[in-house]
Design a binder for this molecule. Structure first.
Ligand code: SAH
Ligand code: SF4
Ligand code: F3S
Length: 492
């Protein structure tokens, strides 16, 4: 039979806005990851792990930490579930369809667990921070062995040990404000591009969003820890880093002993010998003039800014608690374009927020036309339990929401195509990532502005910066010709 169900209420609390907003009184602690005890370092000898990652870059990078911990316990990676001894689903709670996918996968994996009872099946990431999810797993997915939260990753060695020797489901989800744990082991999947956390959590509480509840309060890593990690990556030959945070512009606001902001951090990262530095995600509200000034110095700071707008209507923005108006956003865009004329802007947009009228949606379209984003992630609003928007009256029918999404996508695609068309004949710098997924004879890489470029060239270019002349721009990708050789010939 299934595992015994204990009273788990001591391990988690529901996402609760009032509770969460009281945060900030407890100091953030910087903890050092404790070395994995000697007796646990060989637990995984001869065994394999597999991690399925959903959601944003934060989760992708957490999976690299989880992999680092498991490899220090002697587990090796596999991508084949039938040979895995541990399967972890690192989940995302941002929209309902993200959660549905995970429950579908858990249902499917039941069969595998029946065939191989020794398999450890675990759920981590943002969904495990939700009480409703944990209850549903307890009720209907008793074949799950382990559930741990986003604040509990460093506890994995102990939790896994418990799961291996216990007949009960092991659950540990701290609903705390969050600490910063340094020196966690990491297995970076890619030797070229690396993710670097600069801060954790989010205090913005946009009314539709679950992240402030699943990731805890905003807390920044100390500048020296971030800078040392980037210097180390540069020494190891990494070509690109992406600085990560839900709201990177809030970096440093929690420091009490120093005045050091995201702009200061970028200015210091600029002096490190790593060819490209990106960041995600910046909130328009905290994007200050100093940051614009630093980004305009360019060098390794690339001319691409992802600047989620969410809506073009000030009224909707107010209901979303984004804390800026359409006009303030457009003014920021104007400043950025003035300082960095060739900047590529991308965004996130939600359509069908509760009560969104046709006119308000039209304002989103007109803003998109005015800003001319190179690309956009567009979503239909999805109510998340425990968030304020979930209680708002939502009288926009689903067909209307879908039709709005389609109109928005058509408009954006037309702009994307036009923007890419402007690159025809231009020579761009490409960091070559590898063979194209569709055709091994084609190499693919990205421009400084994060556009995907495909071209034909020798394999030894993989991992290098090369120049490509764009001769076939498309809506989402650019095709071109490798020109470094040509220029050598021309140059004698
Ligand atoms: N911290 C980032 C975004 C994190 S989530 C920021 O503030 O920009 C990524 C995107 O998912 C958001 O920008 C938003 O467009 C979308 N999103 C978040 N919650 C959503 C919800 N409940 N329904 C639909 N889309 C949502
Ligand atoms: Fe969510 Fe808003 Fe925080 Fe982004 S800034 S993670 S959208 S609450
Ligand atoms: Fe999803 Fe959590 Fe990221 S909800 S988008 S994985 S922070």
């Amino acid at each position: 039979m299934g595992k015994q169900v204990k009273d788990y209420s001591q391990y988690f609390v529901a996402p609760d806005l009032k509770q969460a907003k009281k945060r900030g009184k407890e100091d953030v602690q910087v903890l050092q990851f404790e070395q994995i005890p000697e007796n646990m370092r060989s637990v995984g000898k001869g065994k394999k792990y597999m991690i399925e990652t959903y959601g944003c870059q934060m989760n992708v990078h957490d999976s690299e930490t989880i992999a680092g911990i498991l490899e220090e316990m002697s587990y090796t990676r596999t991508n084949r579930e039938e040979e895995a001894d541990i399967i972890l689903l690192n989940t995302c709670a941002i929209r309902e369809n993200a959660e549905d996918k995970v429950f579908g996968e858990l249902g499917r994996l039941k069969q595998l667990k029946l065939e191989n009872p020794d398999l450890i099946l675990g759920v981590c990431g943002c969904m495990s921070q939700e009480e409703v999810v944990v209850n549903r797993i307890l009720q209907s997915y008793q074949h799950v062995d382990l559930v741990f939260g986003t604040h509990n990753i460093h506890r994995l060695p102990v939790l896994l040990q418990n799961a291996l020797f216990s007949k009960e489901m092991v659950i540990e989800v701290w609903s705390k404000e969050g600490d910063v744990v340094e020196n966690m082991p990491k297995v970076r999947e890619d030797g070229l591009r690396a993710w670097v956390n600069i801060m954790y959590g989010c205090d913005k509480f946009c009314t539709y969003c679950i992240v402030p509840y699943t990731r805890g309060k905003e807390r920044s890593r100390r500048p020296e820890d971030v800078l040392n990690e980037i210097r180390e990556l540069a020494r190891k030959g990494y070509q690109e880093v992406t600085l990560l945070g839900q709201n990177v512009n809030a970096y440093g606001k929690d420091f009490e002993d120093i005045h050091y902001t995201f702009a200061h951090l970028m200015d210091d990262v600029r002096k490190i010998g790593i060819p490209r530095v990106r960041f995600t995600t910046s909130h328009p509200r905290d994007f200050d003039d100093h940051l614009v000034e630093v980004l305009a110095k360019r060098g390794n700071l690339v001319e691409h800014i992802h600047l989620p707008v969410q809506s073009g209507s000030s009224e909707v923005l107010k209901l979303m608690a984004r804390k800026y108006t359409r006009e303030q956003y457009l003014e920021l865009v104007r400043k950025i374009k003035e300082a960095i004329p060739d900047v590529v802007l991308t965004t996130d947009i939600i359509v069908g927020f509760p009560g969104e009228t046709d006119e308000q949606f039209e304002e989103t379209l007109s803003l998109v036309k005015e800003v001319e984003y190179d690309s956009a992630f567009t979503f239909i609003y999805s109510p998340r339990e425990g968030t304020p928007a979930a209680k708002m009256k939502d009288d926009v029918p689903m067909e209307v929401k879908k039709a709005r999404l389609q109109r928005l996508n058509e408009l954006q695609n037309e702009i994307s195509r036009r923007k890419n068309e402007a690159l025809r004949g231009k020579i761009v710098e490409v960091l070559v990532e590898g063979e194209s997924k569709k055709n091994p004879d084609v190499l693919s890489g990205r421009t400084r502005t994060n556009k995907l470029v495909n071209f034909i060239g020798p394999k030894h270019l993989i991992g290098k910066m090369v120049h490509v002349r764009i001769d076939e721009p498309q809506t989402w990708t650019l095709k071109g010709v490798w020109v470094d050789q040509e220029s050598r010939v021309v140059g004698g």
